[in-house]
Every structure is written in structure tokens, then in C-alpha cells.
Design a protein around this ligand. Structure first.
Ligand SMILES: [Mn+2]
Length: 254
């Protein structure tokens, strides 16, 4: 909302405003240090274009890498955790998916300190499956934190309660996290969820409770998952059977 960042931060077309964005990034690092954390989540809200011809995507991508390098240089311990999103509030973002994060990370001066925060809704907005985005990031050792929520298709970022739109996709997110023991190294799984516009003040924590309860219920479903049956289905190439098994598990039909 700051008037300095109307046209973006690190890739604003104004040099003065790019300097402001760096000042704000350094201040955030100072605050992180005060709070005793080394993790900075970078949600690149306005880093992209509203008018496609207003800036070169080549230049803008290089500006982003340069800004991250400056942050890495400013503090030798800070880790930069990019939360990619393909659009909104910007029309075309520069760093939209896990693949983009991998490439940006590799181009910085210290790739081990640059990783990703997966948000379920942002993956869905990019037309991708959140569980696969989680899996890809984990395979690359880049999943620094997770923001779970849900999203009804490709429209504005909804931050719905976890699992309320696509229970099977939510199940698979919990499954990939549990199977790979996510959290064993102190990582957090967060909920990035918003109350519905119609919610009364007295109910304003319900969406958090609901998300947590759905997560826990899906954890119990993952614990019940019959890996022997899955193996048999895979050996017999009976994926219809496996799919129906998953649906029955989720519907509570034993
Ligand atoms: Mn988020």
C-alpha cells in the first residue's frame, strides 16, 4: 500500500523506489535478527507487470537476483525464502512457481540460503498441484516453510480454509509432508487462511480451527493408508483400484 511501491519494489521502474525497497528489505533483516530468526519470507507482491510493455522481463529478473544478492550480503546468516505466485496483485509476475525459485536461487551468490515457501493456493493459481510442488521443493532441499490453504480454481487469491475445496489434493499435501518427515529439522507448517467476508466477529477464529482439524483428520487418514495395497495395485497396474481405495478412505467407507 506504500506509495513508494506502487510500481513494485526491487524491479520498480524508478531507481529511487528500488532504493526504498532495499532499505525496507534491510530493515526487515534487522527486525528478523531482533526476533531471533534467520528466515525471511519474500512475497514478491508487486514484482512483475500490470502493463506488459512497461518493463523488460529480462531486466526485471536480473533486478530480482541483484536484490536477493544484496540481502545475502547484508547479513551472512539470513535465509531468503521466496513465496512464488503467478499473479495478483500483479498481472504477470516474474517468479511464479517452484521452478522459477530454483532458477533464481541458482543464479544468486549463495544458493543454499535461497529457498521456497509453498502456498497451496499460489500453486493452484499457477495451474499446478500443491503436493507435487512440495515434493519437487523437498527433493531439491528447498522447502524452507509451508503455507497451507485452499483455492477454488484460477481466480483471485482466496486463502480458503485448508482442504475445503479439494480434499484429495489436501490429503496428498499432508501425505507428502508426512512421508518425508517434514518438520524433523525444525521446519514449520503454517496455515495461510482467511475468514470469509460474512464471518461474525465471534466466529473469527473458526477458519483456523477448521483448517487445523482438517489437517489432523487427514494426518489420521495418511496413517491409515495401506501401502501394501498400494504396492499391489501398482504391480498389477490397477490404478482404478488404487484411486477408488483413496476415495473410499477419504469418504470413510472401509
Ligand atoms: Mn502465504
Amino acid at each position: 500500500m506504500d506509495s513508494h511501491t506502487t510500481d513494485g519494489g526491487f524491479m520498480s521502474t524508478s531507481e529511487k523506489e528500488r532504493e526504498y525497497a532495499m532499505w525496507r528489505a534491510y530493515r526487515s533483516i534487522d527486525i528478523a535478527k531482533e526476533l531471533g530468526t534467520d528466515l525471511i519470507v519474500l512475497w514478491l507482491a508487486r514484482e512483475g507487470t500490470l502493463c506488459a510493455e512497461s518493463k523488460s522481463p529480462v531486466w526485471a529478473t536480473k533486478m530480482l537476483i541483484e536484490a536477493i544478492n544484496k540481502m545475502l550480503e547484508y547479513d551472512a546468516n539470513i535465509r531468503v525464502c521466496i513465496e512464488p505466485k503467478p499473479n495478483e496483485p500483479i498481472d504477470r509476475s516474474i517468479c511464479g512457481t517452484m521452478g522459477h525459485v530454483m532458477a533464481v536461487s541458482a543464479a544468486t551468490i549463495d544458493p543454499k540460503r535461497v529457498g521456497r515457501n509453498l502456498e497451496s493456493a499460489h500453486a493452484i493459481l499457477a495451474g499446478l498441484d500443491p503436493a507435487h510442488e512440495i515434493g519437487f521443493a523437498m527433493a531439491m532441499g528447498k522447502l524452507m516453510t509451508v503455507h497451507l490453504n485452499d483455492q477454488n480454481g484460477i481466480k483471485y487469491d482466496q486463502d480458503k480454509s485448508f482442504g475445503v475445496e479439494n480434499l484429495r489434493a489436501a490429503f496428498n499435501q499432508v501425505k507428502v509432508l508426512k512421508e518425508n518427515n517434514y518438520g524433523a529439522n525444525g521446519e514449520y507448517v503454517g496455515l495461510d487462511v482467511k475468514a470469509m467476508r460474512t464471518t461474525k466477529d465471534a466466529d473469527s477464529y473458526k477458519h483456523l480451527e477448521n483448517s487445523l482439524n482438517i489437517f489432523k483428520a487427514l494426518e489420521a487418514k495418511v496413517d491409515k493408508f495401506d501401502y501394501d495395497f498400494q504396492k499391489k495395485c501398482v504391480e498389477n497396474r490397477d490404478f482404478e483400484g488404487l484411486e477408488m481405495y483413496v476415495m473410499n478412505l477419504l469418504m470413510g467407507i472401509e
